[in-house]
Design a protein around this ligand. Structure first.
Ligand SMILES: Cc1ncc(COP(=O)(O)O)c(C=O)c1O
Length: 371
């Protein structure tokens, strides 16, 4: 049997009849730049996030870079973030002109540790950038409280967490609701994936929204009039139309991922060498990834590969130890929870269309390895 890490062809066959007419409509209109589907998707994603504005852009990377640029950061300015994330999180901070300050993660959830954020604040801190890793929200209310106390904005990296929510004081709060600005990615493998690159920022700050709309269009609201220097970072109409057609399926897809996760966890809890992911009781996880901690990780991955089972290590090198950040002076051992996670994590197939027999095959593969 073959169980890929992700099977987008299975998703495509299930939704082909929704997506192709939407795509055809864009082709018929020939409105490829800022066509009506872009604004429609912006409204829908903002609503989903309990935010006032959505601003489509070219990628999840730009959905972080543009809000950071809006802060007009200067050399020496610091942005506190997690080292256990995709590179774009910290790359955006550097490319916006600031210095990433990496703090350790909570070893159960893999998300940024709010106490470590507080300890890293300095007079140069200009923003805090938590990531909702693998589809589970970080302790956003604690990060937001620290940020409020020190008057710095929070930018949520929700690239992996569209539709995730967290119960705070008895109320469900969405990813994208409590931060000053939030970045989403529509990279094809995401829970809501385009057929190419795409991203979106959501915010409830009216002025920031206006500014971000300009920044993605070379800094001008009116064509050929530029108030500041922005860039070209639009979401293609074609991608927006595809995403709009997929959006009604998102909640059911994420629910199926949660069902798969519960099944994996029930089966793998009995394997001593495996630690299934910890879901905080007040979080509704969307399981962009189902990520276990294991002993002898690389050997297990090779064993699964030999059996035709896909898996991945997100992420093998924490960002504070990447060569490109060596000038920042972090040494191994400085952020031990992130470094340990990088050695132990393995993500398993969890896409919605995964069949029970395929999942059993993955479970048997893991059990067989540790027997
Ligand atoms: C946590 C995180 N941040 C940022 C990004 C960047 O998104 P994109 O690949 O759409 O630029 C991604 C996805 O790839 C991600 O997983």
């Amino acid at each position: 049997m073959n169980v890929p890490l992700l099977d987008l062809v299975a998703q495509y066959s299930a939704i082909k009849n929704d997506v192709l007419p939407a795509l055809q409509a864009v082709i018929d209109s020939q409105q490829f730049i800022m066509g009506p589907a872009v604004a429609q998707l912006e409204v829908a994603v903002a609503q989903l996030s309990h935010a006032r504005h959505g601003i489509g852009c070219a990628s999840g990377t730009d959905a972080l870079l543009l809000p950071l640029k809006a802060l007009q950061l200067r050399p020496g300015d610091e942005v506190i973030t997690t080292p256990f994330t995709f590179f774009a999180t910290a790359g955006a901070i550097h490319n916006a002109g600031a210095t990433p300050v990496f703090v350790d993660i909570d070893s159960e959830t893999f998300n940024i540790d709010p106490a470590a954020v507080e300890a890293a604040l300095t007079p140069r801190t200009r923003a805090i950038l938590p990531v909702h890793l693998y589809g589970q929200m970080a302790a956003i209310e604690r990060v937001a409280a620290i940020a409020r106390k020190h008057s710095v904005p929070v930018i949520e990296d929700a690239a992996q967490a569209i539709g995730a929510r967290r119960s705070i004081d008895g109320e469900w709060r969405m990813a994208g609701e409590l931060g000053w600005a939030t970045g989403y990615s529509f990279f094809p493998s995401k829970n809501l994936g385009a057929w190419g690159d795409g991203g979106m920022i959501v915010t409830s700050d009216d002025q920031a929204a206006e500014r971000l709309r300009k920044l993605r269009l070379h800094g001008g609201a009116k064509q050929y009039h530029h108030d500041e220097i922005g860039t070209n970072s639009r979401l293609d109409t074609v991608q927006a139309a595809i995403l709009l057609a997929k959006l009604p399926h998102l909640a059911a897809w994420s629910a199926r991922r949660r069902d798969h996760a519960a099944r994996y966890t029930a089966a793998l809890s009995a394997v001593a060498a495996v630690t299934p992911p910890v879901v905080e009781p007040n979080n509704e996880h969307i399981f962009h990834q189902y990520t276990i901690r294991v002993e002898r990780r690389d050997e297990l991955q090779a064993h699964l590969k030999a059996k035709g089972i896909g898996s991945a290590v997100y992420y093998p090198v924490p960002l504070h130890l990447q060569n490109c950040f060596s000038h920042l002076g972090y040494k191994g051992g400085r952020l031990p929870a992130a470094e340990r996670a990088a050695r132990e994590v393995l993500s398993l197939p969890i896409y919605p269309e995964l069949a029970p027999a395929q999942q059993d095959y993955v479970i048997d593969g893991i059990r067989g390895f540790y027997r």
